[in-house]
Design a protein around this ligand. Structure first.
Ligand code: GTS
Length: 221
């Protein structure tokens, strides 16, 4: 089978975590950017979008949609989903938490300008009062280099993505979380992830005003 092909906008949005997992697994992928309403309508008309939505990933002869389903497939295929049913349950719990935080962050740019400051403060509050304390305690109690078992899983990768996105909102957000700081350094230095964090990789930059205005034209948030 050829390389996976990702169908989405040239933005982070819901596709960015999929890019992270594929990159961490060392899997090269192609991207077909949706750059107009017509592009999206064509995918829908051609019957490629099961629920008329993107992300859509062409992989192993399938056209997968639904972000979680795509992430689950990639994690399973590339051994990032845990070794047994209990590890899988922990990984699912931790990933749902980081996806809840990440969901707030990806919707922030679409909030009205006069609500941005309040919304950003709410995200920082949730990150530092609800989410990061959980992962800090997990690392403390688990006593390993990774959140689950003693090997890299999607839980570590998705947490790193959420940490970096939160730091873009407030650079010192990890100031009270030494174990998360150490995890960030460890995971960022894993070769495939280090490469993904270098300029020129498929990693997308934070959304800018122009991108948002464009996306608003054909997205219904
Ligand atoms: N539950 C879906 C939601 C997908 C979704 O809402 N996609 C939006 C684009 S984005 O919000 O992910 O940027 C879409 O295709 N909207 C077009 C439409 O719904 O017609 C998932 O997780 O993939």
């Amino acid at each position: 089978a050829g390389k996976p092909k990702l169908h989405y906008f040239k933005t982070r949005g819901r596709m960015e975590t999929i890019r992270w997992l594929l990159a961490a697994a060392g899997v090269e992928f192609e991207e077909q950017y949706i750059q107009s309403k017509a592009d999206l309508e064509k995918l829908k008309k051609d019957g490629f979008l099961l629920f008329q939505q993107v992300p859509m990933v062409e992989i192993d002869g399938m056209k997968l949609v639904q972000t979680r389903a795509i992430l689950n497939y990639i994690a399973e295929k590339y051994n990032l989903g845990g070794k047994d049913i209990k590890q899988r349950a922990l990984i699912d719990m931790y990933c749902e938490g980081t996806m809840d935080l990440n969901e707030m962050i990806i919707h922030l740019p679409f909030k009205p300008a006069d609500q941005k400051e309040k919304e950003t403060a709410a995200i920082i509050e949730k990150a530092t009062e609800r989410y990061f304390p959980v992962y800090e305690k997990v690392l403390k109690d688990h006593g390993q280099d990774f959140l689950v078992g003693n090997q890299l899983s999607r839980a570590d990768i998705q947490l790193l993505e959420a940490i970096l996105a939160t730091e873009e909102l407030k650079a010192d957000v990890l100031s009270k979380f030494p174990l998360l700081k150490a995890l960030k350094t460890r995971i960022s230095n894993i070769p495939n992830i280090k490469t993904f964090l270098q300029p020129g990789s498929p990693r997308k930059s934070p959304p800018d005003e122009k991108m948002i205005a464009e996306a608003m034209k054909y997205l219904c948030f």
